[in-house]
Design a protein around this ligand. Sequence first.
Ligand SMILES: *Cc1c(COP(=O)(O)O)cnc(C)c1O
Length: 360
Amino acid sequence: MARVYNFSAGPAVLPEEVLKEAAEEMLDYKGCGMSVMEMSHRSKEFQQIIDEAEQDIRDLMKIPDNYKVLFLQGGASQQFAAIPMNLKKNGKAAYIITGQWAKKAAAEAEKYLEVQRVASSADKTFSYIPDCSDLDIDDDVDYVYICENNTIYGTKFHELPNTKGHTLVADVSSCFLSEPIDVEKYGVIYGGVQKNIGPAGVVIVIVREDLIPQEVDISVPTMLAWKTQADAGSLYNTPPCYGIYICGKVFQWIKKMGGLEAMKKHNEEKAKILYDFLDNSKLFQGTVVPKDRSLMNVPFVTGNEELDAKFVAEAKAAGLENLKGHRTVGGMRASIYNAMPKEGVQALVDFMRKFESENM
Ligand SMILES: *Cc1c(COP(=O)(O)O)cnc(C)c1O
């Protein structure tokens, strides 16, 4: 068995330990004679799995008691609609456009309320985070929306926007659990888990209780009303059971690694290896303004499309997979999520150095 270093943006690398444990428990979960895939979501075994998963993410992120944690289906994209549906009061929201995912979220929200695009970095291909310290935000917006880490462009809000007292909603799909955050600064934190936490098919929504409308508008589908899911402990219908089980194992793994402080340190060390190399390379350049660089997604180019394609192909042959950039950006992108070991990033940089010397 040969495992590659997988730099995919998502679905993405998971901790090998977690995969092995899941494999060991595949046929017989803790003596119950069946796989987690086969068990009732109403069984006491599964209830314990979801309860422990919730407690572990609460511990890791220090989530206050007045926030609900929901394990849902439909991916992050489903929440693009659920967010305006649940948060709409005055019928207006402010969106900060820092890439494709924010753009898509804003376009979806526009079906349900008025969207004000209060800042954007589209003018420079989303290679930076706009100054959000003093935005022109109307007093009556229901919320301010950001995509905190831009998976495609490789930028990250290192400082949250000044929302002028409005509820902050953040899509954290590609930076979930990568570093400590102050949950109380947000009204809603959500993300698809397939970038940094688990298998595709689960989206985690962390929402402050007072933001969950108790009177659900008749036009909101039952499944998209956070109240439905919050009241039922994420078990209104059959949840993505196996996915939640793997998420739980990843939470345990992060705890064992030392929690989010340790993750941050680990991620900073890894990213530094790659950014230091890019900053000194004669062939490769990073595409993001240094102060806004993501620790998770690192896009880079040679400036020559043929050479980029050659690099991606040769890297793959060397066991470094999924380095092709997003179709809208081109070039390369290395996603170096929590589960990517430092050795993987080192192997990538060694390979880039060799490629550079052969192609300059
Ligand atoms: C991948 C991604 C999405 C889309 O996630 P789905 O679960 O496929 O809907 C949304 N936002 C961000 C930031 C992403 O990285």
